[in-house]
Ligand binder design. Sequence first.
Ligand code: CUA
Length: 168
Amino acid sequence: MHLHKYEKIWMFIGGGSLLGFLIVLGVGAFLQGTQPPSCLTTIDPTNVEAHESFKQENLGLQEMGDKSYVVNVVASAFNYDFGKDEDGAPVKNIRIPAGSKVLFQGTTKDVIHGFQIAGTNANMMLEPGYINTVEVTLDNPGTYTLVCNEYCGTGHHFMTASVEVYEE
Ligand code: CUA
């Protein structure tokens, strides 16, 4: 079979691109641990408090064991509800010791919101009617910005919080 020179070049470019995409996918999935967030658990968006994890007193950081935490969050326009601190003020900063394994578990009462902790692998959608989770190990100390990366209305750009990873 005779192949024209240009045909060979384009086959090479096509095959090379495919290989390139697969390598990017492989590195992301196997080396960096990127994975799609779950979305199989359903919840009544009009009554999220009925769910054990999203009762007001169970929001925010929950210690599950040594260096193991769960963070429960309820999003709504334009706020992340992590519960209240001892003074009754809304928690806007989650403090976690470095090296902890953290399961973020969230839902929303109204529209779709994003949940991305910039600089980490925590990135998921929060959807009305579903409980979404993402698990990450936070090794590097620092203050990370939590942002909503799904346009949710006029206050979308105000929808932020922070996660502080501290050295013990
Ligand atoms: Cu919530 Cu954008």
